[in-house]
Design a binder for this molecule. Structure first.
Ligand code: GLN
Length: 185
């Protein structure tokens, strides 16, 4: 198994220590050729408008959509979750692999970055430290989407078949539970 780590833009480096600790082989993905050599993909946090520009410029949108349609497991973090959403700020999402609507930077300035404790039953965890950085808010989701963690009322970890998204950043903690879960998805 080889994990792809989308490396066109954003916080991909923070995932390396987790993948290395779990003994996962990985490849940085900046082209369709790189993607073809991977059987799952992490889309990191970053800046979703810039990321989507690079994804288009590197001709990755079509190949990514094809692999998603074939059932490749993908995990989007924050900006990655935005890339996977079917609707973003009322417009059609880039990859539209998760049947949900998101609103970018919806938590406002004061709450833009914060660490909270979450209970995540599917990972067998309570008190998981979740770090939010200018996170999107998931405002609508269909029955195809299962909500695996919430912050107050809002979903912050969702799963639709083998596509998952977190609006917070597990790669910024020292725990490997999310990466392990994704590797087994
Ligand atoms: N605010 C960013 C965006 O809208 C996402 C932030 C992040 O990925 N940490 O793209």
């Amino acid at each position: 198994m080889r994990v792809g780590l989308l490396a066109v833009q954003g916080a991909f480096r923070d995932h390396l220590s987790h993948l290395e600790a779990l003994g996962a082989s990985y490849r940085l993905v900046v082209s369709a050729h790189d993607l073809a050599g991977c059987d799952r993909l992490i889309i990191p946090g970053g800046e979703s408008t810039v990321m989507s520009k690079f994804l288009r410029a590197y001709n990755l949108v079509g190949p990514l959509k094809d692999r998603l349609a074939m059932g490749m497991p993908v995990w989007g973090i924050c900006a990655g979750a935005i890339a996977l959403a079917s609707s973003v700020d009322g417009k059609k999402g880039l990859l539209a692999a998760l049947d949900m609507s998101v609103e970018r930077n919806a938590y406002g300035r004061q709450l833009a970055s914060r660490a909270v404790r979450l209970s995540i039953p599917i990972l067998g965890r309570t008190g998981f430290e979740a770090i939010f950085i200018r996170a999107p808010r998931i405002t609508r989701w269909s029955r195809k989407v299962s909500v695996e963690a919430r912050l107050e009322q809002d979903p912050v970890f969702v799963l639709q078949k083998r596509v998952m998204a977190t609006t917070f950043h597990p790669e910024l903690t020292s725990e490997h539970v999310f990466h392990r879960f994704f590797l087994n998805l």
